[in-house]
Design a binder for this molecule. Sequence first.
Ligand SMILES: *Cc1c(COP(=O)(O)O)cnc(C)c1O
Length: 358
Amino acid sequence: MSRIFNFSAGPATLPLEVLEEAQRELTDYQGSGMSIMEMSHRGKHYDAVHQEALLNFRELLQVPESHEILFLQGGATTQFCQVPMNLRGEGQVADYINSGSWSKKAIGEAKAFGKVNVAADCGSEIPTRQARQEELQLSEGAAYLHCCSNETISGAQIMEFPKIEAPLVCDMSSDILSRSLNVSDFGLIYAGAQKNLGPSGVALVIIDKELALRAPETVPSMLRYQTHIEKQSLYNTPPTFGVYILCLVSRWLKEQGGLSAIQEVNERKALKLYDAIDASDFYSGTALPEFRSRMNVTFRLPSEELEKQFVSEAAALGMDGLKGHRSVGGIRASIYNAFPEAGVEALVSFMKDFAAKA
Ligand SMILES: *Cc1c(COP(=O)(O)O)cnc(C)c1O
């Protein structure tokens, strides 16, 4: 066994148990004589996986009957255009919070073919942060308000979601299933799978069924939420292997005790790293303390030279993926659900050693 501690921001580490199970079943899925990715998506084996995944996510997130769960393709990035295409009416404005790189991308797409109001803009501030309720400048009759619950690059996470009249739409790509959530507060939630759910390519979408009916007739079938609601995400061939891994991850999460249990572990893991940052003058956190992400812990060292050295020495010790995103630099430790606590402890111990000798 030569697994290392993989701090990559995404695609990211998956539970070892899940990988091992997929490996055991890879060439002969439950006596079918073939792999799950070689069989019909309309057959009984795949259908059971698809239905179980839907059921497990419904249970884990306590998704109410008013909302549908979808497995779509094109990652979270396709949602950047699919959301405004479906939810914003002719001439209507959509409110967006700019809290960093990912929300900025969502705003760019929405602006390309309709009206956008940036309701708060803290996306370029350092220390990084999320917007506060009192600074929101909402438009009257907005189609929705879009936010990003966890800015994966800057390491700033929403701790309290905005309370508004319009439907709330949230990009939860990097913190979905990491904590308890009240799904009925949201009109639409979406997440690319490769951080907390499984392999890249699948997007999990949870949508209030009423909202899906808003889509103008010009939206093509594949990009229309209603199409996938009516066909339970089996309108065309879904990303079957991806959904299968999502199913295994959902089982794993249930075994961990569900969202409140994993939230506790996530908070503990993050706190260990933030304590190590705060315990020395050598490290400084990138995000304002009240918005510090439990998924992507971002920090700086006194110089870029030292940051480079930090990343390469950590890699030599089996800790990979610590280099911050190319747009902001610094260090980023991504510690999603499946990232082991032992890896956090290894990093904390390395941080102490590194600071002491630098
Ligand atoms: C990774 C990420 C995305 C992009 O996901 P893709 O699957 O590559 O399209 C969007 N939003 C956030 C918050 C992310 O972390």
